[in-house]
Ligand binder design. Structure first.
Ligand code: NAI
Ligand code: MG
Length: 500
């Protein structure tokens, strides 16, 4: 199953009134969110200085449900003047927030985490309606892991002196953050939780196709009583994003998205003194050795590429399989892909939901055409796609060469390119033959081989005999064109403080 495979407990769900939800309970509180009301508003305004405000231009743009291709809400288009208002609010709130004792700041993060859990069903449904991901993923992964990031960073808020012994960690001030559309709420949590735990205030822009859960999150910020201006959410597309990045008040900029936009941001922030972290694209190798347990490896390959329709920066999009087992793996993969359920993201049995946008669907289709034109062999299951909405069949390409576009470029869709290798060194060489370096997977029974691979693979995250596992304690980030800086763990925290 292409989920992050967090086991749900069979025990009865927790009730809202039960107070002691602890960290380990995060996975078991939400049995059937697909029936929950997402409580969507017809129109979403900006969240600035603790209030919802109309954009100065009066302009709104539609957000679509990718499964129907129909608009579900209108989102405010923030102009540079609105972004400026958000920075003013964030700058005003910054000194008091930075001076608040860490334990007090931590309380707000705990409250946010708890409120997210309380409204988890509603958030999961909203995330799926706005972004197209299967409900079982937003329910079991996106929302609980977002809450986990607030719990984790709440714990750091009063322990920063222990995180950085011998130094006096200080916040940067106001942080500008721009996030993508593949994990809207989770990327927001990755950005906002460490920033505010360390005493920064933020101006965050969600992606234009998936703004709704960020604005629902703003409701939680109000409900938690977070002081006005500590968290500001501005919505819009690239122009708004550029205004967030280039505002002179931003002391630090954190971006997750495409490598192309990451490069633009690097240029525009160069020489400004702004601290910058970039989490960009990937083209991860998922490497299967002949001694690997094949059934588990096939599940890991499927999860690695089809989780979230392959809209995952660390997706295992290049399968490297040892030649001696290549035929066997390919056969099992085809059988497995044949039974994946593609369709309505709100159906809890759906494995592959809708493609996030028409643009992304066109990009995927274009790269798949290129794969065929370059001579790779394509396999797609016989499944029928829904007539409405944006969908793409899970696709396997075998017989691919390292020079093919489908091996070199980030497709960000449910498309797997399969290569073979004979020796360990050939596997390492092929895995590292990419402009990216975000993640990798290794499947083998030999511990010594895992250790060797982990020192030789140029990737920020390496999974062994598993794939797409995330935890707030574990740093995430890339090498080369996958960006720099880390999110999660103490390393992620370090990017949000100045050490003096
Ligand atoms: P994108 O990089 O344009 O969008 C990401 C975010 O950046 C959005 O919030 C967007 O509004 C904002 N943005 C766009 N232009 C900006 C600018 N000049 N300054 C500041 N912010 C700006 O990604 P896009 O176009 O949605 O997707 C294109 C491709 O990028 C995908 O097919 C995929 O390959 C890759 N991508 C990778 C992601 C990752 O997590 N590594 C996430 C999203 C896209
Ligand atoms: Mg949408």
């Amino acid at each position: 199953m292409p989920t992050a495979a967090h086991k749900k407990s069979k025990s009865s769900p927790r009730r809202r009134s039960e107070p002691e939800l602890i960290f380990g309970d995060l996975w078991e509180f939400d049995p059937a969110p697909e029936s929950a009301d997402p409580k969507l508003q017809a129109r979403y305004r900006l969240f600035i200085g603790g209030k919802f405000v109309a954009p100065k231009s009066g302009k709104y743009f539609p957000s679509f449900n990718p499964a129907t291709a129909k608009p579900i809400a209108e989102i405010a288009m923030a102009s540079p003047a609105d972004v400026d208002a958000a920075y003013q609010a964030a700058a005003k709130a910054a000194p008091a927030w930075a001076n608040l004792p860490g334990a007090e700041r931590g309380k707000y993060l705990y409250r946010i985490a708890r409120l997210l859990q309380d409204r988890a069903r509603e958030f999961a449904v909203a995330e799926t309606l706005d972004g197209g991901k299967p409900i079982k993923e937003s329910r079991d992964f996106d929302v609980p892991v977002a809450a986990a990031h607030f719990f984790y960073h709440a714990g750091w808020a009063d322990k920063l002196a222990y995180a950085f012994p011998g130094a006096t960690p200080q916040p940067h001030g106001v942080v500008g953050q721009v996030i993508p559309w593949n994990f809207p709420l989770l990327m927001l949590a990755w950005k906002i939780a460490p920033a505010i735990a360390t005493g920064n205030t933020v101006v965050l822009k969600p992606a234009e196709t998936t703004s709704i859960t960020a604005l629902k999150f703003a409701e939680i910020v109000q409900e938690a009583g977070v002081p006005p201006g500590v968290i500001n959410i501005v919505t819009g597309a690239g122009v708004t994003g550029a205004a967030v990045v280039n505002h002179p008040t931003a002391a630090k900029v954190a971006f997750t998205g495409s490598t192309d936009v990451g490069k633009l941001i690097m240029r525009s922030t160069a020489g400004t003194g702004k601290k910058l972290t970039l989490e960009l694209g990937g083209k991860a190798a998922n490497i299967v050795f002949e001694d690997a347990p094949l059934d588990q490896a096939v599940e890991g390959i499927v999860n690695g590429i089809f989780f979230n329709q392959g809209h995952v920066c660390c997706a295992g999009s290049r399968l490297l399989v040892q030649e001696s087992i290549a035929e066997a793996v390919l056969k099992r993969l085809r059988n497995r892909v044949e039974v994946l359920r593609v369709g309505n993201p709100m159906d809890k049995n759906t494995d592959i939901g809708a493609i996030n946008s028409k643009e992304q669907l066109d990009k995927i289709a274009g790269l798949v055409k290129a794969g065929q034109a370059e001579g790779a062999e394509m396999f797609q299951p016989k499944c029928k796609l829904p007539r409405e909405g944006w969908f793409f069949k899970p696709t396997l390409f075998s017989g691919v060469e390292q020079s093919h576009r489908i091996v070199r470029e980030e497709i960000f869709g449910p498309v797997l390119s399969i290569l073979t290798f004979r020796t360990v060194s050939e596997a390492v060489e092929k895995a590292n033959n990419t402009a990216y370096g975000l993640s990798a997977g290794v499947w083998t029974e030999k511990g010594s081989r895992i250790l060797k691979m982990s020192t030789e693979l140029k990737a920020g995250v390496i999974w062994a005999n598993t794939y797409n596992k995330f935890d707030p304690t574990s740093p995430f980030g890339g090498y080369k064109e996958s960006g720099f800086g880390r999110e999660g763990g103490k390393q992620g925290l370090a990017d949000y403080v100045k050490l003096t």
